[in-house]
Design a protein around this ligand. Structure first.
Ligand code: HEC
Length: 418
């Protein structure tokens, strides 16, 4: 009897309240969040907000991010606009699964592919007189356009509408003729900088992070937040070659934070958001054998042997931000809230050192240079007014330079003393 009573009471109390909470969450979401995270929470300029993408984020932490924003990103603080109970209903909403998450596997990717037309002959000359190897491609994130600038005169040559919310780092073919764009909603565009027109397009995901072009110019790899996949494309016409499901050996899936080309190693390196692993995916026809200590997984196209097979490198911690040395022998990474940086040697496939790097180093924007026969690396910190200098031989911090405020990006030049 008593059990029933408690059950009924629970129903009466939580049922309608939970419903009302989601409804108000939905209204608030449409008003304040949909513009960046997508009307259906599948992502836009901001990432998809679905339970399967928030596994690493505790609800309390999500509430704090909504309240105070995320440092050095476009995620604004809502403490001035939303009450604590508003924020609570938004948190409840984003951890509620969608009735249906759209599928985006090989079939849908093939269906979206727009191949080059017969008129797209590869030959020809630029349709403008500027030096085609000295152009700027300016991605205008606010209004979804790109402008091609003459690098000598800084005059615009051409401006065109792009897909929605392009990633700011377009990638180029080695000859400089083609540029590859990835949009946050998964579209990959190959654009001809001679003819100033789109050559091919494909939608590789629903919520996409970035793409990399292989050093040999043959492949494009796309990193997705949704679904949890890496998608390999033929760089010539963006034809999909394979979809790699991203999960550990127990089947826990992960978003892919980013993929990079490691030309000296002839491989792609993928950083995973939700697993303590970094993946290396060789693209050379004759990939090196790393020995039986690694778990290989045959995911690549049949008949391709070891090419495109995933080499998993296990880590002590998540890699949220990282930096490669010039030869891609080492990866220096840090988790967002960790006390230390970790150095992962890609040749032996494991962590070889810890670096004392607190206060959120922004490793992705670090730089290296040679000084007295030693290669040094510098990184700014997002939460500290200082730059850390690290000796990449001993992996010790050798200097700390105070700055007037926290840093975001660093750049240098071979001819600069600074
Ligand atoms: C101006 C664009 C913008 C608006 C508006 C916006 N966000 Fe965000 N949001 C972002 C971006 C960009 C990120 C990714 C930040 C990063 O790189 O860490 C983000 C991240 C987040 C995260 C963390 C996700 C994760 O996996 O760590 C949450 C939670 C979030 N937003 C919730 C919301 C909610 C709820 C609203 C509405 C009240 C909202 N955001 C409005 C751009 C926005």
């Amino acid at each position: 009897m008593r059990g029933w009573f408690v059950f009924l009471l629970a129903l009466l109390c939580t049922g309608p309240v939970a419903k009302g909470e989601t409804a108000s969450g939905q209204l608030l979401y449409a008003q304040h969040c949909a513009g960046c995270h997508g009307t259906d929470r599948l992502g836009g300029t901001g990432p998809a907000l679905l339970p399967q993408n928030l596994k690493r984020l505790k609800p309390e932490k999500a509430a704090r991010i909504i309240h105070s924003g995320a440092a050095a990103t476009q995620m604004p603080a809502f403490d001035q606009t939303l009450s604590d109970s508003d924020i609570a209903s938004l948190v409840a909403l984003i951890y509620t699964p969608l009735d249906r998450v759209p599928e985006w596997e090989m079939e849908q990717i093939i269906g979206s592919h727009v191949a080059p037309g017969p008129e797209s002959d590869i030959g020809g000359r630029p349709v403008y007189s500027a030096d085609p190897l000295n152009l700027f491609v300016v991605v205008e994130s606010g209004d979804h356009h790109a402008t091609i600038l003459d690098g000598d005169t800084f005059e615009p040559i051409h401006r065109f509408k792009t897909r929605f919310a392009l990633h700011g780092g377009p990638k180029f073919s080695n000859d400089g003729r083609y540029v590859y764009f990835a949009s946050r909603d998964g579209w990959v565009t190959k654009y001809d900088l001679y003819k100033l027109q789109v050559l091919a397009e494909v939608r590789a995901g629903i919520n996409t992070r970035n793409l990399a072009v292989s050093g040999d110019g043959r492949y494009v790899m796309v990193a997705n937040y949704l679904p949890h996949t890496l998608v390999l494309l033929d760089a010539a016409d963006l034809r999909p070659i394979s979809v790699i499901q991203v999960s550990d050996l127990r089947g826990n899936t992960s978003r892919v934070s980013a993929v990079y080309d490691a030309s000296p190693r002839q491989s792609f390196i993928a950083a995973l958001k939700d697993l303590k692993e970094v993946w290396e995916i060789p693209y050379s026809d004759d990939p090196p054998y790393y020995g039986p200590v690694h778990d290989y997984r045959v995911e690549g196209p049949i008949g391709e042997a070891a090419k495109f097979q995933v080499r998993r490198i296990r880590l002590d911690d998540y890699l949220d931000d990282f930096f490669f040395d010039l030869r891609y022998d080492n990866l220096i990474g840090a988790a967002r809230n960790a006390k230390n940086g970790q150095v992962v040697n890609l040749i032996v496939g494991r962590k070889i050192a810890d670096i004392d790097l607190s206060s959120m180093p922004h490793l992705g924007s670090g730089i290296t240079w040679r000084r007295n026969g030693v290669t040094l690396m510098a990184t700014p910190h997002l939460h500290e007014s200082a730059i850390s200098i690290i000796d990449t031989g001993s992996w010790k911090k050798v200097a700390r330079i105070e700055t007037l405020g926290p840093g975001f990006f660093m750049r240098s030049h071979a001819n600069s003393r600074h």
